[in-house]
Design a protein around this ligand. Structure first.
Ligand SMILES: C[S@@+](CC[C@H](N)C(=O)[O-])C[C@H]1O[C@@H](n2cnc3c(N)ncnc32)[C@H](O)[C@@H]1O
Length: 437
């Protein structure tokens, strides 16, 4: 079937319409392409298809600096110019605010500010994750393919920080060698690099139990000059793996990064934005949205290891910060110690159940993809906060939650700024300023 792609979805695919107007999600199709596509799934309201041949390539197609574009899962939009990616991300947010948030086109036009981004569409990632695979009795590590069951052997990744570009090959080589002589039961391997502090951490995720610590530490230390090698031990059912502990195999046992003026120390399981430079744009936008004053109180919900807590604490009189994940709570306490900040109450627990008793003037929320529970919106509405900064990694749940705030009648969105933290992918962060309605 001949199709012309007219939209990039919030996903890896392009979207086309048949002559009858039916939507077709086209894997491998980029906006502006005319393609010959094969239907793989013909549903009642939409179909799925894969590109068999690009008949007329989009003018926005570019040659990406990687031979694995289209195969590797890391860069689903890697064949598209960065300008076109930015435009598609703005359009995705606009569309979510209209379709899901039920804001009128005029309201959306008023809310939306241009997408912010850094000058680095490649080499921005401070973290890569490698997946293990055993094929024909041979063990190796590689990148997750676009097909989730596929693991692609790579020597380098153009998204990864060039300071430690060689670490990928060194780590895959060393662990491949070790894994062929004995089963390390590796679940995944994380590599975190900071060009600012020089830190390089290798994190080996394994189940609890016996582990050849000394041998792994020696082989990895010979292969790569890491500042930290850790083992993250997980337990429980595969789908709901929980972290049972982290043990240092060599070096510092944690990773360091400088973000804005702050020096952060992070344990391997803790969340940290993978694009440090672009995360600084998020911090600037949150501070712009809240404009915190020295006599004011702040709340930081879903605070992680403190990306927004520390800058907020420097500007406010007092901050309550809530985070449910134990390692991140410990990291935040340590980061506050390093920064000599004593005006933060760190609360470990669920953002709803442990919602701070202290009232607040300003509030930042940065929830996971699922967005805010209705109870969280009610609790936020019950504070006397004058402004809320909502940091979101999912336009759909963001749009849903903004509508809920508007329906509650307590806060209304003033502006929404998309931020491109993840070039070459469809993912997009957004910061929204909400103010008292
Ligand atoms: C998107 S991350 C943001 C972290 C932090 N603001 C940052 O920028 O580094 C979301 C955080 O929310 C935490 N989290 C997830 N569910 C939570 C809940 N129900 N209550 C509190 N924190 C939660 C996660 O552990 C994670 O650290």
């Amino acid at each position: 079937m001949r199709l012309t792609i007219d939209t990039m979805t919030y996903g890896p695919d392009g979207l086309a319409r048949t002559d009858e107007g039916k939507a077709v999600f086209v894997s491998g199709g980029l906006i502006g392409d005319t393609v010959e596509a094969r239907i793989t799934d013909d549903g009642p309201s939409f179909s799925r298809a894969v590109v068999e041949e690009v008949l007329e390539p989009s003018a926005d197609r570019v040659q990406a600096p990687c031979p694995f574009i289209g195969i590797c899962g890391g860069c689903p939009w890697g064949g598209l110019s960065h300008e076109s990616q930015l435009a598609a991300k703005e359009e995705n947010l606009r569309s979510a605010l209209t379709r899901i948030g039920k804001f009128s086109p005029e309201e959306v036009a008023e809310l939306m500010r241009p997408i912010r981004h850094t000058k680095e569409p490649w080499e921005y990632r401070n973290k890569v994750e490698l997946a293990p695979v055993r094929e024909g009795g041979k063990f190796r590590l590689g990148m997750h393919g676009r097909d989730a069951n596929q693991v692609i052997k790579v020597d380098s990744c153009p998204l990864f920080d060039k300071k430690h570009a060689k670490a990928i090959k060194a780590v895959t080589g060393a662990l491949g060698f070790l894994g062929n002589s004995r089963d390390l039961e590796l679940e995944r391997v994380g590599i975190r690099s900071s060009r600012r502090t020089g830190a390089l951490e290798i994190a080996l995720w394994t189940p609890t139990g016996a582990f050849p610590r000394a041998q792994v530490s020696r082989v990895l230390s010979d292969a790569v000059r890491a500042t930290s090698v850790v083992r993250v031990m997980s337990k429980g059912e595969k789908r709901a793996r929980r972290v049972a502990g982290v043990e240092a195999l060599a070096g510092e046992g944690s990773w360091t990064e400088k973000i804005g003026e702050e020096n952060m120390r992070l344990s391997a399981p803790s969340f940290f934005q993978v694009n440090t430079k672009a995360a600084e744009i998020l911090i600037d936008l949150v501070m712009e949205a809240l404009d915190p004053q020295p006599d004011e109180f702040g709340i930081d919900l879903y605070c992680g290891a403190g990306t927004f807590t520390l800058p907020l604490a420097r500007r406010c009189d007092f901050v309550s910060a809530v985070e449910s994940y134990g390692p991140a709570v410990r990291d935040l306490r340590r980061n506050l110690d390093i920064a000599n900040l004593t005006n933060v109450d760190v609360i470990g627990g669920d953002a709803v159940r442990e919602f701070p008793d202290e009232d607040a003037d300003v509030l930042v929320v940065d929830p996971p993809r699922a967005g805010l529970a209705p109870e969280a919106i009610d609790l936020i509405a019950s504070t006397s906060a004058r402004d809320v900064a909502y940091v979101s990694c999912d336009p759909a749940t963001l749009a849903r939650d903004l509508r809920r705030f508007v329906e509650e009648g307590t806060f209304r969105p003033v502006w929404a700024t998309p931020v491109d933290l993840f070039p070459q992918t469809f993912h997009c962060e957004t910061v929204v300023r909400l103010t008292r309605a």
